[in-house]
Ligand binder design. Structure first.
Ligand SMILES: [Ca+2]
Length: 326
């Protein structure tokens, strides 16, 4: 294992620059294998991340897991997970992306301690998928909601930490005084499990990182012009969420997590000892230099992120149109 501060391609994507040896079998498919764990219906940003994961040319999307959420758009975690499951299918349908055998239901509850997993179809599928990985490759688990499904899989089978790397969007940077943030607050025990498990972690904080990934209705309208039904849907849900009358920008938070896999340069990062997450009033961090390393993102270059997303989406739409003509 070695720490790669200036990473290149494959090594860039692991938490600690762990994999510097190419797997010869992987040469046939240079794409990065990943799954997406998403509370898709909780807001309007997961949908963009899901589209990006499905269409990015450098990614191989192996599965999509519905994550629980509880806010005004659900009656509780089980309902939130179910609504997310339905939203995943809706987005994939508009994208004309095959969903058979791709989408799985996750946890119907949050964890009640750092020791008890919440079993689910998604957690079991993740375990099976992890065991199919050929080391030294790793399966990238991109999680953009409460991280219950992933933490539960790690508790049910801790051996998967040798075969996966987790990219999680949630909480705030290690220098922030609290972690009052939606994804982390809903299931702090799950976050604790992941940070303590020694699985390679890439942390995408909200403050000062994901919050930079903002756009507005006029800009989004221009960006999504000519991208078909899926473009219309993304614009529709964004517009409905922000309202048309008030000039404002809105975060597409979750795009940051997938964007890091596609283009790590657009989200500068560094490795440091994993902070300890305390389940206290502040959901505070404690720093301990002796802890295992993790990679934490420091910044988000929003222009580069949106440009790359749009260019991948346009290529995908063009390719689909060409295929339809043939
Ligand atoms: Ca989300």
């Amino acid at each position: 294992m070695k720490l790669t501060e200036k990473p290149t391609k494959r090594a860039a994507r692991s938490a600690e620059g762990l994999e510097t040896t190419e797997n010869p079998d992987a040469a046939q498919d240079p794409r990065v294998a990943m799954v997406l764990d998403t509370d898709t219906y909780n807001e309007i940003d997961d949908q963009f991340a899901l589209v990006y994961a499905a269409i990015a040319q450098c990614l191989d999307l192996k599965a999509v897991y519905a994550a629980p959420f509880a806010n005004k758009r659900s009656s509780g975690p089980a309902d939130g997970m179910e609504k997310s499951y339905e939203e995943i299918l809706r987005v994939l349908k508009f994208l004309e992306y095959p969903s058979d055998g791709l989408v799985y239901r996750g946890s119907t509850a949050f964890m009640t301690s750092a020791k008890e997993p919440v079993d689910s179809e998604a957690a079991r599928h993740l375990i099976d998928l992890a065991h199919a990985v050929q080391p030294p490759d790793r399966l990238y688990v991109v999680a953009i909601g409460a991280i219950t499904n992933v933490a539960s899989a790690l508790l049910l089978d801790p051996s998967i930490k040798e075969r996966i790397a987790v990219v999680w969007l949630g909480g705030h940077p290690p220098y922030w005084e609290h972690n009052w943030e939606f994804n982390l607050q809903q299931d702090p025990y799950a976050a604790q499990v992941v940070f303590d498990s020694e699985v390679p972690v890439v942390h995408v904080p909200c403050k000062n990182v994901a919050e930079h990934v903002k756009t507005s209705v006029p800009e989004l309208k221009e960006m999504l012009r000519g991208t078909g039904r899926i473009g219309e849907y993304l614009l529709q849900i964004f517009t409905e969420y922000v309202g048309q009358d008030v000039p404002r920008t809105k975060e597409i938070w979750d795009l940051a997590a997938v964007a890091w896999l596609v283009d790590p340069e657009s989200l500068p990062s560094k490795c440091m000892p994993t902070p300890v997450l305390n389940v206290d009033d502040q959901l505070s961090w404690t720093h301990d230099e002796s802890r295992h390393l993790y990679r934490v993102l420091m910044d988000a270059k929003r222009d580069k992120i949106f440009q790359k997303f749009v260019s991948n989406l346009r290529s995908h739409v063009q390719k689909s149109a060409d295929t339809a003509i043939e």
